[in-house]
Design a protein around this ligand. Structure first.
Ligand code: HEC
Ligand code: HEC
Ligand code: HEC
Length: 437
């Protein structure tokens, strides 16, 4: 080989090796960006109108208010001084760089399941793909001595899983790769159980994985005035009658023939699930469909036309029927079936049949907006009915929709409405728009 040609070849090899390394970095960074979306870091660390990931989202805990931190690469106020090991410890074990324990508002018991290679990709993204922002988050408002963090360490020892055990538990036992992927996303990065699983009095989730038993994703406690329903296969108040495609459509567009997204779930869809690949959404749906009902006593829901016939004959004797006809039927229709992909059905919709009526009272009082999504560009709104309707009228119309068309949930009293109203968050948080981007 002639010298110039040889040198050119070596140079060429060098350049292509460097280009390959850059491609690899780029691929890792993009993988990290995707995982940050799947993990919904923005829902808690970004505020609409403020720089991305600069923190400051507030969380009301029983002992006071805390704020999420700045997780941009700023060395002073952000996580610029975190090493990859420290970053992994914060995410999977809830241990801050100074060694103290984080409040479990940061969902480290779920993130414990994340693999080393996913943690690496997230680190690369937060180090190189996020703009550093030089602002500090507000100081937590927890009075001394409750502000002392060491008791949190005991909580962590008692309740938070160790990563290698957690990873093995979620990855093991699934031979079907689609189920394994779904389990990984739901139990790990997407931390669906943080809202949808019941918690014990000491605040830990009663079950962190499908293997922990049927309380996993069996429905969570009310947060910010919204009660997350069961994601298991109950026929009435769970996902028993939702097909895999219904679940995929709900997570991708916020809309499905079976119900639409509202309350604190809106942010999870807007920041998170609508941006996932179809393969990942199908994996999630496939996994959720594999979780047997926790409550096996629910009789199958069947459409019952009795009330529809009454309304068509202008018989308004059922409790709340008149209010429904005057205020709701224009959109949700007298037959309760709504208009597909625009106004959700109330007939057979699982949220109507949850034991806890909080979400229903809340949405009727405050209304809701279904925001535009990437693949569903129009935004539609349900009006607020408070103060237009009295507590008694709201109780009556909510009772009506919980009883009509084959729905069979308990009645709601004016007293229930008053009690629930006291637990509602301030208006700016009412529809989860606080942290929408
Ligand atoms: C459900 C809300 C929530 C989600 C989701 C969430 N965080 Fe957090 N995170 C918090 C809160 C609240 C804190 C502060 C806790 C405290 O002060 O003890 C925090 C703290 C942290 C810290 C510690 C920073 C420091 O030194 O104080 C890091 C690092 C972090 N989060 C990274 C992430 C990343 C990366 C993601 C996504 C993979 C994420 N968080 C998702 C709520 C959340
Ligand atoms: C911040 C709390 C929160 C998180 C995190 C969350 N959800 Fe939800 N979810 C809710 C609430 C509240 C509702 C009830 C409102 C509604 O139906 O949109 C809900 C409703 C749903 C529904 C509709 C159920 C029905 O019967 O109408 C599905 C499906 C769902 N969530 C799936 C998921 C999945 C999958 C994840 C994880 C990727 C997840 N959720 C994470 C709070 C949450
Ligand atoms: C102008 C049309 C309109 C009227 C009138 C209306 N709604 Fe709605 N409703 C909507 C829209 C749009 C949604 C979806 C909101 C979202 O997903 O954020 C919705 C959602 C709901 C939901 C949650 C179901 C789900 O799966 O999203 C309930 C419950 C509900 N409405 C009850 C009522 C009741 C009761 C009344 C009368 C007091 C009423 N609505 C009046 C448009 C309307």
């Amino acid at each position: 080989m002639k010298w110039p040609l040889f040198v050119a070849c070596i140079l060429g090899l060098g350049i292509s090796a460097r280009a390959e390394a850059q491609d690899a970095d780029r691929t890792t960074l993009e993988k990290g960006r995707y995982l940050a979306t799947a993990s919904d870091c923005a829902a808690c660390h970004s505020i609409h109108g403020k720089p991305e990931y600069s923190g400051g989202v507030s969380f009301s805990l029983p002992m006071g208010k805390i704020y999420s931190t700045n997780i941009t690469p700023d060395p002073e106020h952000g996580i610029g001084r975190y090493t990859e090991t420290q970053f992994g410890q914060a995410l999977r074990q809830g241990i801050r760089r100074d060694g103290s324990t984080l409040y479990p508002a940061m969902p480290f018991p779920s993130y414990a399941r994340m693999t080393d290679s996913d943690i690496h990709a997230l680190f690369v993204y937060f180090r190189n793909g996020v703009q550093a922002v030089h602002v500090s988050a507000p100081k937590n408002e927890i009075p001394w001595p409750l502000s002392i963090r060491w008791p949190l360490t005991f909580w962590r020892w008692a309740f938070a899983p160790t990563p290698h055990h957690a990873i093995a538990r979620t990855a093991g036992e699934f031979t079907d790769p689609q189920l394994a992927r779904g389990a990984y996303l739901v139990e790990g990065p997407a931390h669906c159980g943080a809202c949808h699983s019941p918690r014990a009095i000491t605040m830990q989730e009663k079950a962190l994985t499908a293997h922990d038993g049927s309380l996993y994703l069996a429905g969570g406690a009310m947060v910010d005035g919204w009660t997350p329903p069961s994601l298991r296969q109950e026929n009435r108040a769970g996902l028993g009658r939702w097909s895999e495609d219904d679940i995929v459509s709900f997570l991708k567009t916020g809309r499905a023939g079976t119900g639409s997204v509202f309350g604190s779930m809106t942010s999870a869809v807007l920041h998170g699930t609508q941006k996932l690949t179809d393969d990942d959404l199908h994996a999630i749906a496939h996994y959720l469909k594999s979780l047997p009902a926790a409550d096996r006593t629910q009789t199958p829901w069947m459409y019952d036309p009795t009330v529809t016939d009454q309304l068509h004959k202008a018989d308004l004797s059922p409790r709340g029927a008149r209010i429904y006809v005057d205020h709701c039927a224009a959109c949700h229709r007298t037959d309760g079936r709504g208009y597909p992909d625009v106004f959700p059905p109330l007939a057979g919709n699982p949220v109507m049949m949850q034991d806890d009526p909080a979400s229903l009272v809340h949405i009727v009082q405050k209304g809701a907006s279904l925001p535009a999504m990437a693949t569903a560009p129009s935004s539609i709104t349900m009006p607020a009915f408070s103060p237009g309707l009295t507590d008694q009228q709201i109780a009556d119309v909510v009772t009506f929709i919980r009883h009509a068309w084959g729905n069979n949930a308990s009645a709601v009293s004016a007293e229930d409405v008053r009690t629930l109203s006291k637990n509602m968050p301030p208006p700016e948080m009412a529809d989860g728009t606080l942290s929408l981007n």
